[in-house]
Write a protein that binds this ligand. Structure first.
Ligand code: ARG
Length: 463
């Protein structure tokens, strides 16, 4: 079939040039968005009196038939199909004849592809949010099972203060909650409809853009036709959201890689999410989370790729922008595979509570020793110094901090009474941090309530 734009050309496209130019190979996955957009556009043309109601009905019927072919996996791409837009139009003409040629009236592939991409992104965002919620649910159920499971909390990967495993799980829950909220925010801007902007200067046929936007589920129409066809901010934003989500997954993954090592042995991965070594029979490797850690590389790369592509592009549409698709699709595919695997690995993760507890060291209560002095009126700076001296004394004597004698404590400061021994309870330390967001059982239970409410609310919004 003749090219959509063939009128002014007399010679064929070079074969390799055609290969470079064609995007059907990857943009075929816009088929649903493309056909939905066209069905709505046929209605808008009829509404503006540019085509008859009968013609619109023919177009819609034909488009539905093409849609059904794609849905059934029966659509056959032809060598001349340059991209998804030309493929759909070519097939439409085969099915309904010349009236198919009226569909593109006043429309350009420039406003069409921008519309398709936005519709596609809106669906992708909803899917991503559902996958994130699945991982959050896994974290939440581990948290609920381990509200009193003590473990060391780290800064600089050095033992810092006792926490509970629930608190660790919920920290990642809230990171993911922000990722999901960022996506919702991205959807607000992606939900602005460019259709009706033509190639760049607007649509001359007085189509009702508001009605068109409502029919397609957009929340607004674009204000400037030039901006509308050249704007790919929503792609860059979505890629950023994916990249940061990937960074969060990589941090979760790294914690679990460390915690699953024999030296820590805080957690054990189920066989379903581990693999072995071809050489060392004893090995059980945490591949699921290692790959989750690694994927942040390509997610970040895809963002950089699109930002770099967009930089310095002149108004308005430029063919460069065709290169927004593969990075976007790759990031979405990467997360669609990684998120459920990480969720599964967490769901089936065995927690070795004894090992976590055994890793607690009384020195991690040195802060609590300082707090003991503070409660007796000693200024914190001085209390911190005195607790530090007690740590040094214990170290010099080869004792653990809780093994210092009454005389030892007295030698550091006469503010230390025999009741300083009561400080040496990890349970007490965790319980004492009873502020909102703290480690006490009450605070953790409240946090779990908030997390469940967050998930309920997110579930409602997604449909
Ligand atoms: N395949 C193109 C893309 O993805 C569609 C838009 C083509 N527009 C054009 N003026 N050649 O960007």
């Amino acid at each position: 079939m003749a090219k959509l734009w063939g009128g002014r050309f007399s010679a064929d496209t070079d074969a390799l040039m055609k290969q470079l130019n064609d995007s059907i190979r990857f943009d075929i996955r816009l088929w649903d968005a493309d056909i939905r957009g066209s069905i709505a556009y046929a209605g808008a043309l009829a509404g503006a009196g540019i085509i008859t109601r009968r013609e619109a009905a023919q177009l819609v019927k034909g488009l539905r038939a093409v849609h059904a072919e794609f849905a059934a996996g029966a659509f056959v791409v032809q060598p001349g199909d340059e991209d998804i837009h030309t493929a759909v139009e070519r097939r439409l003409k085969e099915l309904i004849g010349d009236v198919a040629g009226k569909l593109h009236t006043g429309r350009s592939r420039n406003d069409q592809v921008a519309t398709d991409m936005r519709l596609f992104c809106l669906q992708a965002i909803a899917d991503l949010q559902a996958q994130i919620a699945q991982l959050q649910t896994a974290l939440l159920s581990q948290a609920r099972a381990h509200v009193t499971t003590l473990m060391p909390g780290y800064t600089h990967l050095q033992r810092a203060q006792p926490i509970t495993f629930a608190h660790w799980c919920l920290a990642y829950f809230w990171m993911l909650a922000r990722d999901s909220e960022r996506l919702a925010d991205c959807a607000r801007r992606a939900g602005v409809m460019p259709l009706g902007s033509g190639a760049l200067a607007g649509n001359p046929f007085a189509i009702d853009r508001q009605a068109l936007a409502a029919a397609l589920g957009f929340n607004a129409v674009s204000q400037n036709s030039l901006d509308a066809v050249s704007d790919r901010d929503f792609v860059a934003e979505l890629l950023f959201d994916c990249a940061l989500l990937g960074v969060h997954l990589s941090r979760l993954a790294e914690d679990l890689v460390i915690y699953s090592s024999a030296e820590f042995a805080f957690v054990t991965f189920s066989d379903a999410y581990s693999t072995g070594s071809s050489l060392m029979p004893q090995k059980k490797n945490p591949d699921a989370v290692e790959l989750a850690r690694a994927k942040s590389g390509r997610l970040t790369g895809n963002l950089l790729s699109v930002l770099t592509m967009l930089k310095g592009l002149p108004m308005t549409y430029d063919k460069d922008m065709q290169e927004d698709k593969e990075p976007l699709f790759d990031s979405l595919d990467t997360l669609a595979l990684t998120l459920p695997v990480v969720a599964g690995a967490l769901d089936t993760l065995h927690i070795n509570a004894d090992r976590m507890r055994a890793a607690l060291d009384p020195a991690m209560l040195a802060t609590d020793v300082a707090e003991y002095l503070v409660r007796r009126g000693v200024p914190f700076r001085e209390a911190h110094h005195l607790a530090g001296r007690a740590v040094a004394l214990a170290e010099s004597k080869g004792l653990r901090l809780n093994e210092l004698s009454e005389a030892d404590w007295r030698s550091v400061s006469n503010q230390f009474e025999p009741d300083v021994r009561a400080v040496f309870s990890f349970e007490q330390s965790v319980a004492s941090r009873d502020v909102a967001g703290g480690t006490s059982l009450r605070a953790i239970r409240e946090q779990i309530r908030q997390a469940r409410a967050w998930l309920r609310k997110a579930g409602k919004h997604s449909h």
